[in-house]
Design a binder for this molecule. Structure first.
Ligand code: B16
Ligand code: MG
Length: 217
């Protein structure tokens, strides 16, 4: 049966979380705040605007709208500098094997990301043509854990939501997939992503036999 496999980007296809972290940390310095990697977990899957709100909260910093707008631009410019040097060696292990297997089995493949930089990143990684549909931060009004991004992905591929499978590394993203009525597969730690239907440490742990079971279910 034809199913839709919807991939998150940051943390599932490529490890850009470290670049988001560096850019936010540098911004935090301007607030005299030491932003830790642990706090960065809260930023995964969360939109840029919402991330800044959380940072201001953590730093107990009161900023004007003008200052916020300037910081959002500054953060993104710095993030773009980091990803400029990225190439296809930064694709996470076995992502290409999974994409190729699904393609060979004629499955629907879509991207469902909160990032507004998704297209340039996929282009840099030479992965753009693997996706039949791309839904990203430019296409949605409600951020994860709202299911909008994944519902739009399923619609774009004309596949019913119960036949959609979502790969996600963030808690907000797993919640979004669950409330869309889709099958959620966590990529990361079981104790963090315990709300998911299945959790794998990374794609090297996910066999083609498992993918085939999802397709045939
Ligand atoms: P941008 P995903 C999310 O991407 C990231 O996990 C999150 O850390 C980031 O703030 C968000 O994209 C927005 O990204 O600033 O590039 O628009 O995990 O949903 O692919
Ligand atoms: Mg992610």
């Amino acid at each position: 049966k034809k199913k839709a496999f919807i991939f998150d980007l940051d943390g599932v296809i490529v490890d850009t979380a470290k670049f988001h972290y560096l850019a936010w940390r540098n911004l935090a310095k301007e607030m005299n705040f030491d932003f830790t990697e642990e706090q960065n977990e809260l930023f995964k899957g969360v939109s840029r605007v919402r991330s800044l709100e959380i940072l201001l909260d953590l730093a107990s910093y009161d900023a004007t709208q003008e200052q916020k707008d300037r910081w959002l631009i500054q953060k993104n410019e710095e993030y773009l500098k980091y990803i400029k040097g990225m190439d296809d060696s930064e694709i996470l292990p076995d992502v290409v094997r999974v994409l190729d297997f699904l393609e060979e089995k004629n499955q629907g493949i879509a991207l469902g990301s909160a990032s507004k930089n998704a297209r340039p990143i996929l282009t840099k990684l030479d992965l753009l043509d693997k996706f039949q549909a791309i839904v990203d931060g430019n296409d949605v009004t409600a951020a994860k854990p709202d299911p909008e991004v994944f519902l739009k992905g399923g619609e774009a591929l004309k596949i019913e939501r119960t036949d959609c499978i979502v790969f996600e590394d963030s808690i907000a993203g797993i919640q979004a997939a669950n409330s869309a009525g889709m099958i959620s597969i966590g990529i990361g730690e079981q104790d963090v992503l315990h709300e998911a239907n299945y959790v794998f440490k990374d794609f090297t742990e996910m066999s083609n036999a498992f993918l085939l079971e999802l397709i045939e279910a």
